[in-house]
Write a protein that binds this ligand. Structure first.
Ligand SMILES: NC(=O)c1ccc[n+]([C@@H]2O[C@H](COP(=O)([O-])OP(=O)(O)OC[C@H]3O[C@@H](n4cnc5c(N)ncnc54)[C@H](OP(=O)(O)O)[C@@H]3O)[C@@H](O)[C@H]2O)c1
Length: 321
């Protein structure tokens, strides 16, 4: 089969589109013929080996040689002990822990798969899992957004941000989206009430306070985030610098305790199965999946470059025949 392979951390130049052996499913796995695979910020980080947490599985060299974690496709073969899926079934999954989606075929543990939602295209189903889980848990489950609250989404113009802005608006919040200037108009089009250009303004020091900050690109100190919360407010770290993550983990629980502020890591439960509410909203047309660009598998390095250079608005998807 054909796949996009890398064996060392670096720029998109280290990726090769090449022939590799088609994997064979283990007893508990299903072989999926990939029809669409979306790109995530986590692919970019795992390609670069930055931030440091992106090297957790391979400190010097990547452990998994094929990136791509959000796949939609058709079951080609089912392992011996699998029971839920048959060849021919349409499925989707987030396989962040094992990756391998930038390929014609990928083996997926049966437990990570869910049936493709009715009426959904492969590309939309591939766009949903990781970004959708982050947004759903960040805004609703852990964020517990309430009508009238002020919510700030840092990194609002990317994949997770695209769903998060819409979910926060749906919850009745007043939403501020932060990203680079190229994405601000897009963030407004998702329904955000206010936008901030992170290249011009530091949202933690402009005097405004929020009930919830969902941080998809955390680069500031935990104390700065604490300052930007109202009493009783929540800050959720999703991704960003490893130094900020350490601060949030180590001093987050103490900071702002007097005012009932909470600073935490959002450890996202990944898996297509948990996406039910968001899938329903997408099927009903209440929440839109915006796909900025579509690529062929052989063009994944170009797609990652576009993502890494800061141009992608919403999701990028590679479509396979
Ligand atoms: N916590 C968990 O359990 C968990 C699970 C899965 C993934 N993640 C993490 O989730 C994060 C977000 O993923 P994603 O797929 O939504 O990424 P994405 O599509 O790349 O979106 C991130 C957005 O943040 C923007 N950004 C970059 N630097 C910024 C800054 N200093 N201030 C404000 N915005 C900035 C990016 O814009 P530019 O184009 O300008 O860079 C981009 O629009 C990743 O770091 C990933 O590792 C966490």
């Amino acid at each position: 089969m054909q796949a996009v392979v890398y064996t060392r951390y670096g720029s998109p130049d280290v990726l090769r589109f090449t022939e590799v052996q088609t994997p064979t499913p283990k007893a508990n796995e299903v072989l999926v013929k990939v029809r669409a695979v979306s790109l995530n910020g986590s692919d970019w980080e795992a390609l670069r080996g930055k931030p440091l947490y992106a090297r957790i599985m391979g400190p010097l060299r990547p452990r998994h040689h094929i990136l791509g974690s959000d796949v939609a496709g058709r079951v080609a073969a089912a392992g011996r002990t699998t029971t839920r899926f048959q060849p021919g079934d349409d499925v989707f999954a987030d396989i962040l822990s094992s990756m391998g989606g930038f390929a014609e075929y990928v083996c997926v543990p049966e437990s990570a798969l869910a049936p493709m939602p009715a009426g959904m295209s492969y590309e939309e189903a591939a766009a949903l899992p990781q970004a959708g889980a982050i947004a759903l848990q960040g805004i609703w489950d852990k964020g517990q957004v309430q009508a009238g609250q002020k919510v700030l989404i840092n990194g609002a113009g990317g994949g997770s941000g695209m769903y998060a802005v819409q979910l926060a608006k749906l919850g009745g919040a007043e939403v501020t989206g932060v990203d680079n200037p190229e994405k601000l108009e897009f963030i407004r089009s998702l329904g955000a009430d206010h936008v901030i250009d992170y290249t011009q303004t530091d949202f933690t020091s402009n005097g405004r306070r929020y009930d919830l900050i969902l941080d998809l690109a955390a680069h500031r100190s935990a104390r700065a985030y604490q300052r930007a919360l109202v009493a009783g407010g929540r800050y959720l770290y999703v991704g960003g610098s490893a130094a900020t993550l350490l601060q949030v983990l180590l001093v987050g629980p103490l900071l702002g305790r007097a005012e009932g502020k909470k600073l935490r890591l959002l450890a996202v439960r990944l898996g297509a199965e948990g996406l039910g509410p968001l899938v329903g909203l997408c099927q009903a047309g209440t929440i839109a999946t915006v796909i900025d660009r579509r690529y062929r598998l052989r063009e994944v390095s170009e797609a990652l470059r576009y993502l890494g250079e800061g141009h992608a608005k919403g999701k990028l998807v590679a479509i396979l025949e």
